[in-house]
Design a protein around this ligand. Structure first.
Ligand SMILES: NC(=O)c1ccc[n+]([C@@H]2O[C@H](COP(=O)([O-])OP(=O)(O)OC[C@H]3O[C@@H](n4cnc5c(N)ncnc54)[C@H](OP(=O)(O)O)[C@@H]3O)[C@@H](O)[C@H]2O)c1
Length: 308
């Protein structure tokens, strides 16, 4: 454990409130102590496992390639750990098609929470793109449809709401990945009823803490965190550094787990979707979802260790 004497009492209390609030929304599945923790989607109360899978890059691979052949193992590792959330987009090349193929190849088809996006301009183009997503994902229902990077959001939002009313999608959301867009994201979040916000947040990328995460929490909007490893750069920087001495006691065996557990300490966060095409990395990431929340002091120690 980090030395608590280095923190002021006020800062410690503030950080403790952070961790306690995060833990309050969380629920460990009672049947198995290693099963992944879930948190409720605020608009419905439906429990969502806290670690999911991002398909950007990792699932945009050619059938028959060695990379493709590894992907059933990624899905297995997600499902075996109790994870369900898979995030994709028409922007990710072949990723939706790959996801649909892998799901269809498993019998029975695993019960997953499918999230994808609309990423085009114009009403007809948006509707056509969503139809393509249903076909590629081989899904009758898509759990979460998001407007990717707010592209033409005023046009798409009514289409998404209609699809929700028709029962074809279950939740509506928006996404972004960069602080330069946070003003626009905030304006939409304030003005429009939404089920989900997907946004970037990581140990070394904490700008969303200032306004977006508290606002989402206030408004009862679920948060999916993208780029929890900064697109991979965070872990590449840490690769050759030993884990902090206290990590083993906290039940963490990798920097990836510390980085994900850091993200999960924020009480606004519902789930994070690290991207991977590696079964080993998926299992590593999923383990973070079964671990207890980091304490306030551990959370700060992760920030300090990464900044060093
Ligand atoms: N605007 C948007 O809507 C938006 C923007 C960005 C991302 N996203 C979504 O969020 C997801 C996550 O973001 P991201 O994929 O860009 O970045 P990320 O999750 O921060 O990082 C992914 C990178 O980390 C590596 N990695 C994953 N787990 C690891 C582990 N345990 N140990 C070591 N390396 C590990 C992956 O390599 P390996 O494949 O080798 O494991 C990959 O290179 C995306 O896949 C996408 O679904 C959405």
């Amino acid at each position: 454990m980090p030395h608590a004497g280095s923190f002021s009492r006020r800062a410690l209390l503030a950080r403790a409130a952070f961790t306690v609030a995060a833990a309050a929304g969380a629920q460990a599945q009672p049947s198995s102590p290693t099963r992944m923790t879930t948190r409720p989607i605020p608009s419905s109360g439906e429990p969502l496992p806290v670690i999911g899978l991002g398909t950007y890059r990792g699932f945009d691979v050619a059938p028959g390639s060695a990379d493709y052949q590894a992907l059933p193992g990624v899905l297995d590792a997600l499902v075996a750990a109790g994870g369900t959330v898979i995030d994709s987009s028409p922007m990710y090349g072949r990723a939706e098609e790959t996801t649909g193929e892998l799901l269809a190849a498993r019998s029975p088809r695993p019960r997953v929470f499918l999230a994808t996006k609309v990423w085009t301009t114009g009403r007809e183009a948006g509707r056509a793109q969503m139809e393509t997503s249903f076909r590629l994902l081989r899904a009758r229902t898509i759990d979460l449809m998001q407007i990717h990077n707010l592209v033409d959001w005023r046009t798409h939002l009514p289409s998404l709401r209609r699809a929700k009313d028709e029962g074809r999608i279950r939740y509506v959301g928006i996404t972004h990945y960069t602080p330069s867009a946070y003003r626009d994201v905030e304006a939409v979040l304030r003005a429009e009823p939404l089920d989900f916000l997907q946004i970037n947040y990581a140990v070394d990328d904490r700008a969303a803490e200032a306004r977006l995460l508290p606002l989402a929490q206030d408004k009862g909007v679920a948060v999916l965190v993208n780029m929890p490893f900064g697109g991979g750069g965070l872990l590449r920087r840490l690769r050759d550094r030993p884990l902090p001495g206290w990590a083993a006691e906290a039940g963490a065996t990798s920097w990836a787990q510390l980085a994900l557990r850091f993200v999960l300490t924020h009480p606004a966060v519902t789930c994070t979707i690290p991207g991977t095409g590696s079964p080993r990395n998926m299992a590593d990431n999923a383990a973070a979802g079964a671990a207890p929340p980091l304490s306030a002091a551990e959370r700060q120690a992760v920030i300090d260790a990464v900044a060093r």
